[in-house]
Design a protein around this ligand. Structure first.
Ligand SMILES: [Fe+2]
Length: 479
């Protein structure tokens, strides 16, 4: 099978070979002069073809960055030089199978290659590239994207399987992370202060190995996920990757004080599986103190009788199909009860972002990727953008037809911004008709009018995962 036969290795997904820097990029419209900082996106970009079956999540991590400075912009891309990729470069060939094939039993240190391809955050003056399956996080220069080494942890914790969706609290500079794996306690929560010192690491024991993808944080707590979709134990023992959804098990959310000092409090909710949280915050009201969490769980597929089709959900995930709702959970710290409601069951959206300076505080707005439904297996479609206003209960969307493929577009505050949505969205878009990648800047307050400017990129930016915005102020401050 050639690359062209695999949707996630062809068209806008196909990997690129070159690492380049360019600052003479054609711009339609005008780049706002009060947009200053770094946009960087992580994603898979396989360097060596491996035998076996390819999955979109397998590719080696590559960062694509745009530096905005007073109306000018520079593009740069670079692989994350993980030890796995360096080993493969030395060998001149792929040495690891993808996630669809059994792991390497001769490499207990790294049964699957840690590609660091999933998310990227700015912490301690550097970028951190991280992997969703959990592994070492890799530090990369915010100047030139060069990989400088692993996130430094005490030696005994060097192999802590840190998940991709660590959070940075921009008000304290802390990195909050969870680590998860196949052995007890299966889940841990940790905090590094802005100088990189570990200030908290607690076990969050689970009944067995789970597949948490994200976590939430508030001002005082982290919320960790124990969801009833996880590895089939027998298949896992045989080295196979098979997921099972347990429609009769509740979802459980563990509330952990950020800096420890109290045991984990578990809240049960209706069975669900979600990749991404939008935000979480603390609220006081007549019903008592609550933690509010919003996110985009899968819409549970139903059979002809209306019952949850537990077999179909893992298949949807495996085929990279998307069908999501926007959802809210409320965990009452006084009663221990959970209340939940659907915020939007009309639009299919994922990859929610907020104004990251307000992570863990009440937020009114979130911006999501509008998801299309796949027309063939393993052909995910990021077909537009959506902006939610939770105060008004309203939503606006922007898309330009089926030939565009957008990307997670983080919120970038305007210089000196005060209001929550006073700024821009910055993201990539691939045009399948012109075979060209562009970066687009939107007014975050009103995406309906379309991009304020379009920057044509010097090469294709393969479809990828998560992105971050680092303001010039944070770059200068170093945290
Ligand atoms: Fe993710």
């Amino acid at each position: 099978m050639g690359f062209d036969d695999i949707p996630t290795l062809s068209g806008g997904f196909a990997p690129v070979d070159h690492e380049i820097v360019r600052d003479d990029l054609p711009v339609e419209g005008e780049i706002p002069r009060d947009l200053n900082g770094l946009y960087v996106r992580n994603g898979p970009n396989r360097q060596f073809a491996a035998p076996g079956r390819y999955h979109w999540f397998d590719g080696d991590g590559m960062l694509h960055a745009l530096r905005f400075d007073g109306g000018r912009v520079q593009y740069r891309n670079r692989w994350v030089l993980t030890p796995g990729l360096l080993e493969e470069r030395a060998a001149g060939q792929a040495l690891w199978p993808g996630i669809k094939d059994p792991p390497r039993r001769d490499r207990p240190d790294q049964p699957h290659k840690n590609t660091a391809n999933t998310d990227v955050k700015f912490f301690g003056g550097e970028l951190l590239a991280m992997w969703y399956r959990g592994g070492q996080a890799w530090r990369c220069s915010a100047q030139d994207l060069a990989t400088s080494g692993p996130l430094l942890l005490p030696p005994a914790l060097a192999d802590l399987p840190i998940s991709a969706h660590s959070k940075v609290d921009e008000r304290t500079g802390e990195l909050l992370f969870f680590a998860y794996g196949l052995t007890p306690p299966y889940l841990q929560h940790g905090v590094l202060d802005r100088r990189g010192a570990l200030t908290s690491l607690v076990d969050v024991p689970l009944p067995g190995p789970r597949l948490p993808h994200d976590m939430a944080v508030t001002e005082h707590y982290s919320i960790l996920h124990d969801l009833p979709l996880f590895h089939d134990a027998q298949a896992l023992a045989a080295g196979r990757h098979k997921l099972k959804f347990h429609a009769d098990m509740p979802a459980r959310f563990g509330v952990v004080p950020r800096h420890g000092g109290a045991p984990v409090r578990w809240f049960e909710a209706s069975p669900t599986y979600l990749y991404h949280v939008a935000n979480a915050w603390e609220e006081s009201g007549p019903a008592g103190d609550e933690i509010v969490m919003t996110g985009t769980p899968f819409r549970l597929p139903r059979d002809a009788r209306g019952d949850v089709d537990a077999e179909r959900l893992p298949r949807l995930l495996a085929l990279l199909d998307s069908d999501h709702v926007f959802h809210e959970w409320r965990f009452n710290l006084r009663t221990g009860q959970t209340r939940e409601r659907v915020l939007d069951d009309v639009l299919n959206t994922e990859f929610p972002v907020i104004n990251a300076a307000r992570l863990g505080l009440p937020t009114r707005y979130s911006w999501h990727v509008l998801m299309g439904r796949s027309t063939q297996p393993e052909d995910p479609r990021f077909c537009g953008l959506a902006r939610y206003d939770l105060q008004r209960g309203s939503c606006q969307t922007y898309h330009e037809g089926p030939q565009r493929w957008w990307s997670e577009a983080p919120f970038a505050p305007r210089d000196g911004a005060v209001e929550e949505d006073d700024g821009y969205l910055v993201g990539f878009v691939w045009n399948d008709a012109t075979r060209q990648s562009q970066a687009c800047v939107f007014d975050a307050h009103d995406i309906v009018q379309g991009p304020l400017c379009r920057i044509t990129l010097p090469q294709r930016v393969p479809h990828g995962f998560h992105a971050t915005w680092v303001s010039a102020e944070r770059l200068a401050r170093g945290w």
